[in-house]
Design a protein around this ligand. Structure first.
Ligand code: KIV
Length: 304
C-alpha cells in the first residue's frame, strides 16, 4: 500500500473511524529509520530523552538545545510519521512569547511537524498563543513528569471523582485552546475512556488504558534496551539489553583470543608491493648506534 505522510487531519479521521493511533518515541537517526519503517503514525522526540538516553534522574534538566539536536537527527530518519517535538521544562511555562519562540525552534531547526507540552487548563492560554502563531500543539495531562515533584512522585492521576473531573476540564480547555491531540499519562482506564469520548480530538494513552484513541510507548522501554526498570504501563516486545551485553562480551573474547579480526575483516597488499616496502623499510629502521638494519632485520622488526 502507498504510504503517505501522516497529517493532523489524517489523525482526526482515524479517531472518527475508531481506528487506533500509534505513537512511539525516538531520539536518533537509526531509531527513527526503524520506527518509521515499522509504520507508526507519530514519532515523539520525548524529553524522556533525558532519562533513557542522557542518563539524568528526571526530565527536568533537559535543555532546548538537547531537544533540538535530537529532533533534527530523528527528522533525518523520518519519512512518513508525523514528528512531534517535546518542549522541555521551563521552555514554555514562563511566558507566551518565549513559548512561541521555543516552539518555533522545533519546527525551524528540528524539522518537527508539531510540538507537545505538559499541563492542563492553566497552560491553555500558552497553548492558544502557540497555535495562533501557526504551530500545532499536542497537550499532555495526567502524570506530567516535569512536575512529578509537585505531584508527589510518579503516581496515578485522576483516581478520585474530583481529580477525574479536573482531568476532564483540563482536556476540554486544551481542546478549546486548539490542541490537536492530548496525551493521557497514567490515568485510570475508565476515566481515560470517558474523557476520550467527550473530546473531538484524539487522546493518546501511556498507562491510560485501552479506551484512549491511541497509544504511545518509550522506545527503550518497549525494546527492553533500558532495563533499570520497566513501568507497569509498559509491555516489552523485545529484550535488547542482554543481547547487546552478550554481543559485546563475544567481541571482547574474540579480540583477546585474536579470532577477531579474521581474514574477511582484514585488508591485503600485493606480495611484490609488500616486498618492496620491507626492503625500503631497512633504510628507515636505524639502530641506536646509527647503523641501518641488516637484510632480514627490518622484517624481524616488523613482525617483532
Ligand atoms: O517524554 C516522553 O517520552 C513523553 C511520553 C511518555 C508521552 O512525554
Amino acid at each position: 500500500m502507498d504510504r503517505k505522510k501522516v497529517t493532523i487531519p489524517a489523525l482526526s479521521a482515524k479517531k472518527q473511524r475508531g481506528e487506533p493511533i500509534t505513537m512511539i518515541t525516538a531520539y536518533d537517526y537509526p531509531g527513527a529509520l526503524a520506527v518509521d519503517e515499522a509504520g507508526v503514525d507519530l514519532i515523539l522526540v520525548g524529553d524522556s530523552l533525558g532519562m533513557v538516553v542522557l542518563g539524568y534522574d528526571s526530565t527536568v534538566p533537559v535543555t532546548m538545545d538537547e531537544m533540538i539536536n535530537h529532533t533534527a537527527a530523528v527528522k533525518r530518519g523520518t519519512r512518513f510519521a508525523h514528528l512531534v517535538g517535546d518542549m522541555p521544562f521551563l521552555s514554555y511555562q514562563a511566558d507566551a512569547k518565549e513559548a512561541i519562540r521555543n516552539a518555533g525552534r522545533f519546527l525551524k531547526e528540528g524539522g518537527a511537524d508539531s510540538i507537545k507540552l505538559e499541563g492542563g487548563a492553566a497552560l491553555a492560554p500558552i497553548v492558544k498563543a502557540i497555535v495562533d502563531a501557526g504551530i500545532a500543539v499536542m497537550g499532555h495531562i495526567g502524570l506530567t513528569p516535569q512536575s512529578a515533584s509537585k505531584l508527589g512522585g510518579y503516581r496515578v492521576q485522576g483516581k478520585t471523582a474530583s481529580a477525574a473531573q479536573q482531568l476532564l476540564e483540563d482536556a476540554l480547555a486544551l481542546q478549546e485552546a486548539g490542541a490537536y491531540a492530548i496525551v493521557l499519562e497514567t490515568t485510570p482506564d475508565r476515566v481515560s475512556e470517558f474523557i476520550s469520548k467527550q473530546l473531538a480530538i484524539p487522546t493518546i494513552g501511556i498507562g491510560g488504558g485501552v479506551g484512549c484513541d491511541g497509544q504511545v510507548l518509550v522506545f527503550h522501554d518497549l525494546l527492553g534496551y533500558f532495563d533499570r526498570f520497566s513501568p507497569k504501563h509498559n509491555k516489552r516486545y523485545a529484550n535488547l539489553k542482554p543481547i547487546i551485553v552478550d554481543a559485546v562480551k563475544q567481541y571482547v573474547a574474540d579480540v583477546h583470543t585474536r579470532t577477531f579480526p579474521a581474514a574477511e575483516n582484514s585488508f591485503t597488499i600485493d606480495d611484490a608491493q609488500f616486498e618492496a616496502f620491507v626492503q625500503a623499510a631497512r633504510s628507515t629502521v636505524v639502530h641506536s648506534d646509527g647503523q641501518h638494519a641488516e637484510e632480514g632485520e627490518a622484517l624481524g622488526k616488523i613482525y617483532g
